[in-house]
Design a protein around this ligand. Structure first.
Ligand SMILES: [Zn+2]
Length: 469
């Protein structure tokens, strides 16, 4: 009996369409019929990062890869907008001025009003195990008509979608913002003092907490704002009965507080007028953008969690160095758009930008190691003489050693966070979530700490070699 099972299973491996991905069958309800889907359960990457398919993998019908339009095009980094209208059974998908209309069960679509034929009609599919119903669409048709590049890897059942078009440049700082602003809070009694202050730069605000309830007096009198067009002040009582003075600014600013006998004076300045060195550290992905998922490769790692932890490890080192001001695009599991990451770096006029990512190769599980990228569109040059490529070189020398895997070198790539930041900027692909050896490295707390330290060391060496002038 055992022998018989062994022979049978060998036989099964050969008849399944995709041996590498042969997993348990998917029970789905397709066109109203419940079937056991025997084909490949398809994955998809966008700009090299796995798209989270919400436990509802793509399926292959008549050589057409069908994916949930929501998971693939709207909830992913592709960032299209769209919806499904239940009464008309119409699916709308829009991106960069391209608008696709499709109807459930119809092979005719319109792209910006022009009729086009699809090989397969959109279909509603219920995934029994996941207990989810999704509208699946022909992925190549939609991707190509949205202007995206589409590749199919039959060996691993993976679709790779890339956006090679460049999004418009984020507007630069308004130079008129490079001025100081003063906010004066009069002391209505001698006990009024600052309990704590918080630079909530993510929300472009600074919160001064005064001990006790001063809301009545401060609301009526007379907090003076030198230039009210660039800062507004509100006063509120917090849950502990203390007074919060919230200073909101148009763009990220630095704040200096003087606690005098008659008043508290807050001077609002461009961060560059306060900090000798400014760095923006960017933990890739976050929130509903998990990045690449280890579950596709038999491990528990999730890119957004690893990138955040590495940035937090680096933060431990930066927190002990008052010479360097670091702005973090995120310090929690929150989603931040690529545009907002760029915006932060340009707003604070950072000296350096470094984005942390984890690599994956669905088509080659042997691929391993560390790659440093800078923009293929421009090699940003700072007045110190530092360029993105020189910065990449310093980062590489520290990081490769800390990771201890393969040195994959320094490469150019067209990525929004590298193209649109105006200061020397690099993106690190630390190691591969799809490689067993690299996964062991990434799991280790000691290695993560060493990687965090190497980011700090690289930035320290960079600013010592290229001081701001
Ligand atoms: Zn990534």
């Amino acid at each position: 009996m055992k022998k018989y099972i062994a022979i049978l299973s060998v036989f099964l491996v050969f008849i399944l369409p995709i041996t590498a991905e042969a997993s348990s069958n998917l029970i789905i309800k397709y066109n109203g019929k419940t079937i056991s889907y025997q084909g490949a359960q398809l994955k998809v990457t966008y700009n090299g990062t796995d798209v989270n398919l919400d436990s509802t993998p793509g399926i292959l019908q008549n050589n057409t890869a069908l994916f949930s339009y929501q998971d693939l095009f709207i909830k992913s980094g592709i960032g299209a907008t769209g919806n499904y209208n239940k009464s008309t059974k119409t699916i709308t998908i829009e991106l960069n001025g391209k608008k696709i209309l499709m109807k459930l069960g119809s092979k005719t679509a319109t792209v910006n009003g022009v009729k086009k034929n699809m090989t397969l009609a959109p279909v509603q599919v219920t995934y029994k195990k996941a207990n989810k119903t999704k509208i699946l669409v022909p992925s190549r048709f939609v991707a190509e008509n949205l202007g995206l590049t589409y590749s199919w890897y039959s060996k691993t059942g993976t679709v790779a979608i890339e956006n090679t078009t460049i999004t418009p440049t984020v507007s630069q700082n308004d130079p008129s913002e490079d001025e100081w602003n003063t906010i004066t809070i009069p002391k209505t009694d001698s006990n009024m003092n600052v309990l704590e202050s918080k630079d909530d730069y993510w929300n472009r605000q600074y919160i001064l907490t005064l001990q006790g309830d001063y809301t009545a007096v401060l609301n009526n009198s007379n907090i003076t704002v030198e230039d009210g067009t660039r800062a507004t002040v509100t006063v509120q009582l917090n849950a502990l009965g203390n007074t919060e003075v919230i200073i909101k600014t148009n763009i990220i600013r630095g704040f200096e507080v003087q606690d005098n006998s008659s008043s508290i004076i807050v001077t609002v300045k461009p961060p560059k007028d306060i900090y000798p060195t400014i760095v923006v550290l960017d933990a890739g992905h976050g929130g509903n953008q998990p990045g690449t998922l280890g579950e596709y490769y038999g491990n528990e790692l999730i890119e957004k969690e690893v990138t955040l932890d590495l940035v937090l490890k680096a933060k431990n080192y930066f927190d002990n160095d008052s010479k360097i001001k670091v702005y973090y695009t995120r310090l929690t599991d929150t989603g931040v758009s690529l545009t907002d990451r760029v915006k932060m770096a340009n707003e604070v006029d950072a000296d350096l930008f470094l984005s942390v990512h984890i690599d994956a190769s669905p088509t080659n599980l042997d691929a391993a190691g560390t790659t440093i990228y800078y923009s293929s569109k421009k090699d940003q040059l700072a007045s110190s003489g530092l360029t993105s490529s020189k910065f990449a070189g310093i980062v590489s020398s520290h990081l490769v050693e800390a990771v201890g895997s393969t040195d994959r070198g320094i490469n150019k790539k067209s990525l929004q966070v590298l193209n649109q930041t105006v200061m020397p900027a690099v993106l690190i692909e630390t190691a591969f979530i799809s490689n067993e050896n690299d996964v062991d490295i990434l799991r280790s707390e000691d290695n993560r700490d060493a990687i965090g330290a190497s980011i700090y060391d690289a930035i320290l060496e960079t600013i010592e070699s290229y001081p701001r002038n």
